[in-house]
Design a protein around this ligand. Sequence first.
Ligand code: ADP
Ligand code: MG
Length: 224
Amino acid sequence: AEILLKDREKLASIGQIVAGIVHEVKNPLTSVKGFLQLLKESQPHPYLNTMEAELEKALETMQNLLHVSKPDLHEEPFVPIDLCKELTALLFLFQEKLYNVEIEWDLRDSERKVVGKRNLFLKAFFNLVKNAIEAIEGIQGKGKIRIEHYYKSGRIHIKLSDTGVGISKDKLKMLGTPFFSTKSEGTGLGLTQVFTTIHKHGGDISVKSVVGKGTTFHVQLPVK
Ligand code: ADP
Ligand code: MG
């Protein structure tokens, strides 16, 4: 999961190029999406929904690329964040759309705040929960996601477990590396965003997994 320093430098220069391309591609895509929405209102057609969904995917990939290639471009202020509260809201949203995945959580609003960029955290937890859902979809049955938290030595610990496909030992080492994905439609950028966000905020993340049983991501972050 650790990226070596020389690799980091290489990634930085690739990042410049990627960020440039992303900007050039993102703007016209966003514009097409706007016109598509107008078209949908005046002349509804089933193809338009598919087109919009596909466009959404492309934009999502662009956004992820931007996060990875130029994480500092996001000039977002550092604010105190109640992670438990934000996470609860996120989980409610996810839960509504799920049939074979049950999410249970033990989170309470708290005075102990993580100081950081809110959107980066929302995105990071979105990425973790999405992976957990996809891991359960991978076993093609029903599954469960559990989120717990506790405080210890000035840090909040959040454990996110799923009963999905699990990750083999050799693949565990690859997690967080940009573009590493085992999914046919994966970008392999989700965990890179997660790892950089957590590390940038003075936190840590570890993973335990058993193939066929499930995976637990353990996030810890300083709180004030
Ligand atoms: P993507 O989801 O686009 O493949 P990610 O960076 O989010 O990219 O994840 C990289 C890879 O890590 C995934 O393709 C998958 O193999 C593995 N992975 C991540 N989270 C989980 C999980 N909860 N259970 C099983 N495998 C996971
Ligand atoms: Mg993912």
